[in-house]
Design a protein. Structure first.
Ligand code: DX5
Ligand code: ZN
Length: 217
């Protein structure tokens, strides 16, 4: 599986967001991870469609939109229109996950299903055929800069084994607490798409991106 880095703009300086996205892009970021938080499904509120629309012209890289939003099916069209290339919804936030994934696919976008740390892998059992990427939360969602939850490693390993057994080459994305220590461990466990917020946007962005990409080789 190709190893991809997805900097999370939640950790960026929004007063110069376009510039910082360009820096991450030019330094080698593969995706731009966009954390939408609604204050209901998660405690924080981050940003929404207007911000995504305004930065869409800054980069051609894939917009990996992570909806930490209750009943996200209400907004799929809006996020498609403002520039999402991939939409990840939380299994815990969808009353009708199968239908929601079908709707995202119908719009020609990539689909993702996110699982919170306490949600078992069996939540994926009947939607794997509609899922391009599985996001394993390695922190409880809602904030950047949290500590990595160690039990996620076993979950990632088990998921990769199950996908390999079924012959599926589904991406496993991990999100939360990624840094020079945790990143090699999740790669070894079988993840291949790495979300990093603080580890990219705190300090020298280009240098941070290059250092993380080096670790992913
Ligand atoms: C948390 C978000 C993560 C977060 C990652 O709810 O989904 O993407 O921004 O931030 P770091 O990499 O700083 O843990
Ligand atoms: Zn995220």
């Amino acid at each position: 599986m190709e190893r991809l880095l997805a900097p999370s703009i939640l950790a960026a300086d929004f007063s110069v967001l376009g510039e910082q996205i360009r820096q991450a892009d030019e330094a080698g970021a593969d995706y731009i991870h966009i954390d939408v938080m609604d204050g209901m499904f998660v405690p924080s509120i981050s940003f929404g469609m207007p911000l995504i629309a305004s930065v869409r012209r800054e980069t051609k890289k894939l917009f990996d939109v992570h909806l930490m939003v209750q009943d996200p099916e209400r907004y799929l069209d809006d996020f498609a229109k403002c520039g999402a290339d991939s939409i990840t919804v939380h299994a815990e936030a969808c009353r009708h996950l199968d239908r929601t994934l079908h709707q995202i696919k119908e719009m020609g976008l990539r689909t993702g299903v996110a699982l919170n740390p306490a949600t078992p892998l069996c939540a994926l059992d009947y939607v794997l055929d509609k899922t391009d990427m599985i996001l394993i939360m390695t922190v409880n969602p809602g904030f950047g800069g949290q500590a990595f939850i160690e039990s996620s490693l076993d979950k990632i390993r088990t998921l990769r084994e199950r996908l390999d057994c079924s012959g599926r080459r589904t991406d496993i994305e991990v999100d939360g607490g990624m840094n020079a220590d945790t990143l090699p461990r999740v790669l070894k466990a079988g993840a291949n798409v790495i979300v990093a917020g603080s580890a990219v946007f705190r300090g020298d962005i280009a240098k941070n991106v290059r250092a993380l990409k080096e670790l992913m080789k």
